[in-house]
Design a protein around this ligand. Structure first.
Ligand code: GLU
Ligand code: MG
Length: 458
């Protein structure tokens, strides 16, 4: 970041400051997501906005080595007490927060004090992957789906559903009619394009999907929307769990990632000559993701609780397979309606919200690009529940169960040199260090204990 760039950022801060003040803003919260999926924050009063934009806000690099319970891992490239970074808010995403009166938000990029980008900054890793994609001739559009279990304030950290109507039942929308209406208003005021909101399958569970945008923007929007849901929920005296598993038994919360690719602005996931209308390169991109799923899970399902969710029969996609509109395969192709081919997209169902969304979009792009480079081919789509097939039939179709533990997916990630190179060797090493420490943290825990420790963390 040179002097001209600092001037440009200071000017950007001056240009929005009066508008923010006029809308009652007194503080700007700037966030990044750590390797354990926790959104961390520093905030400045509005009077310090220009300085924050020009010089950044100090933050220790130790957060790279934080676990979800705030313990710190002595990692190979993170975890020590020495050093400082500068958080630079991306003010092009500055948003007045409707559910937190007086506050605005912007995502941060973490720089070193010499003005270069911190090599372990996840948002920048996502941006580098997007740049690689562009060099290969593609752009991508993505969106995360958010599921959450809405609970009454309960003693002792337990979960008491705040709506008792049936799954997808209108009763549940009636029970939380004001809550959902006000949430829609808040998101609208924040410029978030909501596609859908509805009661989900789990007890007290709801889901919200948003419009697709560029991958870094989609990760920003995920962070913004989740914190908006949380803030709105807390204001009304309730609590929201975004954890992969809210109760030891039953379905969990997913954080499905929808994606599509464009070449020269034209969509390539629909209307092609390949299987299910995929173009050749969309097939290769999809195959690249499918092949690497065991390693990708260390990014997209990075908590010990993730593996309590990722089980057959829970619509989480526990098999390494793809299918058209199949909710039990890890990858679900959504073909879009005839005449609406640009709606075709791929849903990565296995991911959940303990993931850092920036790392998730980065890793998926890197895997897809590797697939394009290798000319990877997809097996036949799976049109049944893989769990209904015999083991022999699954093997004959090339369907494997995905790894069932964070220890196994971490091993797969560690041996994946392509992902490590793409994310950056230091960042990849810190991801491995934090995952192994999460595994150790829960080595002697029961499912109930894992769920209880994770329920209100994400
Ligand atoms: N709650 C499910 C999950 O854990 C997803 C349900 C759905 O298909 O939307 O991913
Ligand atoms: Mg859902």
């Amino acid at each position: 970041m040179d002097a001209d760039e600092r001037d440009r950022r200071a000017e950007q801060a001056r240009s929005i400051r009066d508008d923010l003040a006029g809308r009652g803003v007194v503080g700007l919260a700037t966030t990044w997501v750590d390797n354990s999926g926790i959104t961390r924050v520093k905030a400045v009063p509005l009077a310090r906005l220009e300085s924050a934009a020009r010089w950044g806000i100090g933050a220790s690099p130790v957060f790279d080595a934080f676990l979800a319970d705030d313990s710190i891992v002595p990692g190979r490239f993170a975890g020590g007490p020495v050093g400082d970074l500068r958080l630079h808010p991306d003010l092009s995403r500055a948003t007045v927060l409707a559910a937190q009166p007086g506050w605005a938000w912007a995502p941060a990029v973490r720089y070193r004090q010499d003005g270069t980008i911190h090599p372990q900054d996840a948002r920048s890793a996502a941006q580098r992957a997007v740049d690689d994609l562009k060099s290969a001739g593609f752009t991508a559009r993505m969106a995360f789906e958010i599921e959450w279990a809405l609970g009454l304030a309960a003693e002792g950290g337990g979960f008491v559903p705040a709506a008792t109507g049936p799954a997808y039942g209108y009763t549940r929308l009636v029970e939380q009619s004001d809550y959902l209406r006000e949430l829609l208003i808040a998101l609208d005021h924040q410029g978030v394009g909501v596609d859908q909101i509805h009661p989900e399958y789990g007890a007290g569970q709801f889901e919200l999907s948003v419009a697709a945008e560029d991958p870094v923007g989609a990760a920003d929007t995920f962070a913004l929307v989740r914190e908006t849901v949380r803030a709105h929920t807390v204001r009304l005296g309730m609590q929201a769990s975004f954890s992969p598993k809210v109760e030891a038994v039953g379905v969990g919360n997913g954080g499905h990632l929808h994606l599509s690719l464009q070449r020269d602005g034209a969509p390539i996931f629909g209307g092609g000559a390949g299987p299910a209308g995929l173009s050749e390169q969309a097939e290769q991109f999809t195959a690249g993701i499918l092949d690497r799923l065991p390693a990708l899970l260390a990014i997209g399902a990075p908590s010990v609780a993730s593996y309590l969710r990722l089980i057959p029969g829970h619509w989480a996609g526990a098999f390494q397979a793809w299918g058209v509109e199949n909710r039990e395969t890890a990858l679900r192709l959504v073909p879009g309606s005839p005449g609406k081919r640009d709606a075709a997209n791929l849903e990565v169902k296995v991911f959940d919200q303990s993931a850092n969304p920036y790392l998730a979009v980065a890793a998926v792009i890197l895997a897809g690009l590797a697939g394009i480079r290798a000319g990877a081919k997809l097996p036949a789509p799976v049109d049944v529940d893989p769990a209904s097939l015999s083991e022999d039939d699954r093997a004959a179709r090339g369907i494997r169960p995905l790894p069932t533990s964070l220890a196994d997916t971490t091993d797969a990630f560690e041996s994946d040199e392509e992902l490590a190179r793409g994310l950056g060797l230091e960042l990849a090493a810190t991801i491995v260090d934090t995952r192994r420490a999460e595994v150790a943290r829960f080595a002697d825990s029961s499912a109930e204990e894992i769920v209880a420790a994770s329920r209100w963390k994400y």
